[in-house]
Structure formats: structure tokens, C-alpha cells
Write a protein that binds this ligand. Sequence first.
Ligand code: ZN
Length: 587
Amino acid sequence: MKKTFFLAIILTINTLMSQSVHYQLSIKSPNSHLAEVKMEIKEINSSEIFIKMPVWTPGSYMIREFERNVISANAKSGTQALDCKKTDKNTWKVKIPKGTKNIEFNYTVYCFEATVRTSYIDNEHAFILPTSCLMFVDNMTNKKGTLKLDIPGAWHRISTTLVKTAPYTYEFENYDDLADSPLEIGNHDELTFNVAGVPHTVALVGENNCNKEQFTKDLQKICETMTDIVGIHPCKSYLFIIHHVEEGGGGLEHANSNVVQFPRFNYTNDQKYKAFLGLCAHEYFHLWNVKRIRPIALGPFNYSQENYTNLLWVAEGITSYYDELALLRAGFWTEDDFLKATSKNISNTLNRIGGSVQSMHEASFDAWIKEYRTNENSLNTHISYYLKGSVIAALLDIQLIKASNGQKNLDDLMKFLYQEFYIKKQRGFTDEEFYNAINTVAGQAIDFKYWVELPNDNQSLEKIKAAFKSIDCELIVKENKKQDYTGLILEQKGDKTLVRSVESNSPALKSGLQAGDEIIGLNGWRVKNNFEELIKNCPVSTEIPVIISRNGLIQTLKISSTQDPKISVSIKVNSAANNQKWLSKKQ
Ligand SMILES: [Zn+2]
């Protein structure tokens, strides 16, 4: 006992004497949406340090410029103010006087963006996403530290997976650990359950009509289903933060938690509730796929710039595939529900014009400038790595089942990647290593890169059909017989019918219509939220006058409608052992 006590003193002295960063986050006036942050930086051994605000948050691949919310910053040592200047958009340089080891860096940050990827403070609660409000010290991100909270006395609950060491005080292993540990602070409800011996907490934030008992059971079932895929739960604890909103959705994953939005009264809508369970499954599965099983570029992160990888389709596409498969495996969806969802994904993928322009590798690499920054032409040039990635994942699952004569499936690839890279090599995988892993699990070379680069053409459709046939399923393709295709994507603003997008090689493009045009008349009829109805009453393949307003000027153009080139597919399962490995609830 004495020995342990002595060791503890040495460890404490060592910690105090080694470099570390200690944060205090104060919320003094929640109505102002401001957080005051004090960083105590200890044992500095250089003449200057650089303190930076992340410009993006992992999991959401877009530069968001969190530094724009910083209102003021200054540095001091004791009572002495230090020279502190910005050197670029997100960096503050602090000069350290000779002999000074410890300094204090103070700043105020505005937190009023209610999304899963930004911090938010109001008079009811605070959601702290560290990447969006806690800066880091360059070259010290591997140092341990603490986070102390100074919050309104009326707030009694703090939900986070950071380790609590004293009241309102938490410790972190390094900046990545802190950055990946959001905090929900307020008076929200909590639910609890266990999965694989790991305690799970659910923070239910804001008014809602959740049936807590049922939801606890259902979410636990989802978590157990997702845990079965890799078979090992690596977390010490896990946290769901659910923000109930008037409208909205989406989520963001973290290593030991996730944050999702859900409309507050949708718990009683069966379809929306199941879709929400799918979203929870998605964010939860990321604790393995992307947080631990990951492309090499996705950790450790460079928080000051884009982090490029060709494999976001692996992180998001495979996870999207599993969030639907989870609903089948956990019994929330029937086999028919799952097959309909998969068919819809295939149809939407093949109908997307941008799918012939952008490969999955390109979509992954360019996520920073395209996936999160779409415009009116995106449908012609871009395809989502969530959507097409989930189709590729289904094809990968099928290929693995076929190649292994029904012995292996995608679960085995996930298990292999987890063991080989997260456990043994303790790093992410390169592109080549990922594709080699597929061959290893398949037991033969299946050249999966071909499928990832799959263009949207008839040849690909035949290959997809053949893949399904190989596990005794039939892909039935139905051509759209409708004759009212123009290639216009419209949006309604009040009484105004506006062109949102124009598809490549479409009659609308040939007519000269463009995004932003307001359609006023068609074939002599007034257009008022009824363009689709009116075009059906026009002769096919015949030029019809269309009156538009563009930039305040009235023009008459000519447009014709043709047969819709889009297809829809459905999947028919023939009874055979092979597709059981695909659709069976128990793997
Ligand atoms: Zn995701």
C-alpha cells in the first residue's frame, strides 16, 4: 500500500512537470451563446508557441472555418500580458519570455449553430463539440490534459465519455481524445443499457414523444446487431446524444459516442422511427468502421486543412449498407423491406447522371469541395459515396459470399480489417491494402477495384445482374414508359415554379432553360405548381412554347418531352442456400 502511494506521488509530480494543456470552459451568460475558454499551457520549452482552432471536424469532410466564431484572444503569464498575434486565419502566435514555462491563453467563442457538427449554447442547454470551440497547441496535441467546466448552477447533468476526475473536471489522453468527445450539458433525460458488457448512455435532449422503455429495448437490439458484425466492442463506455428538433436529421460519429438529430414527435411514426433506428445504427457502426477500421488518411488528423482519401466510400458506403442490413437483421424490417431499399439504391445509382462522370474514388477525394458543397449542376457531375457506396458494399458482400461458396461475407472483411490494421498494425490501411484484404478474405483475387470504378452503363447493369444471379437472386429491370420526361428538376417557392437543375443531354437543356428560370406558362397554360400535370397533356416529341422569366425579362422558349430514360429495378430471391448468407438474421 505504501509502495502504491509513493508511486502515485511520483506519477503526479511527473504529470505536473511534463507538458500539458488544461482547459476551463465557462458559460457565464448562456443567452449570449458565448463560451469563455482559458487554456493553461504548462512546461513550455520554446520561445514561441502556435495555438490553433480546427477548421473542420472529423466525419464531416468540409472546411467549416470554426475560427470565424472566435471573438477575442489574448495571452498572459501571471499578470504579464504576452505578445499574441494572429499569423493566419486559425493560428495565434504567442511569444514566450525567457524563463517562462507556463502561460494562460484566453479567448471567447460564439456557439450558436444547432447542428451535430457545431457547438451550441442557449438558456436551456449547451452542446460542446470540442473541434468547433477548443483550440489546440501545435506540437503538443499528444499531451495529456484536463477540461474543467464552469456552467450555470441550474444545469445538473453533463453527458460525455471523457473520464471524470473531480466534480466538473475531466481528463483526456491527447487532443484527438478531447476533440472526439462531445459534451451535452443541461437538464436532459438519460437512458441506460449494456451491450457486450459496455455501459451505454442515451442523452435525450429537448421535448419529445419518445417511449423510453421501448426505445431503450430497440436501440439496445440495434447496438447488439452492429456489435455482432466485428464481434468485439472496443469502448469502455458509449454515449448517444439525441437532439430533438422541429425538423431536420443527420448525425455525426465519434470514437465512443455519436450525436444525432431527430424531429421531436416522430417516435410515433413507424416508418420514420425505423429510419431513425437505421440512423442510430449508422452512427454507431462508425465506432468500428472509420473510427478504428479506417483509411490511413483519417487519423491522426490534420485539423488545419483537408485530409484526402480515395476511400470515403468504404467509411460511408459500407456503413450505409449496414444501417439498412441492421434493420433486417434486428427484425425491424422484413426481407421484402430490405430488398426494396436495396433495389431503390441501385435504381437511384444507375439513374444518376453524375455516376457516369465521377468514380467512387473521385467522389471520396473531392468530398471537401463536392459532397458537402453541391450546386445546380451536381446531379450531372457528382454521385454520393453514401448512395453508390452502399450499392458497391452490397456487391462486395455478394462477391465475398460467392467467392467463398457461402462461407464468408462482408462481416468477415470487417473482422479481418479490424484485427489486421486496428489491433496488429495500429494504423489505417492504404488503398492497396484494402483491396488486398478483400482478396485475402475472398480466398481468391476478385479485382474489386473494377466494381468501385463501375460506370453507369448497360454493361455495368449486366454485371450487377450477373452478381445477383451468382447468389440465386434475380435483378429485374423495368424501363420507365412515361413520355413526360424533360430533364427539368423544379422547385416551388410559393406560387412560383423555378428551375433548380437541368439534366445533361435532356430536352430542357436543348430548349435553353437554365437554373433560376421561373416558368410562367406552358403551351398557352398558366403554370402554378402544376408543370408536371401540364406536360403530360402536351404532345410527345413536339416543340411546345414555354414562357419564362429570367433576370426579370420575359422570354419564350421551346421544349419537348420524350420517354423517361430512367429505370427501376427490383430483386427477386430464388430459394437457395447462398442468399441465406446475405439475408439471414443470424450470421
Ligand atoms: Zn456516416
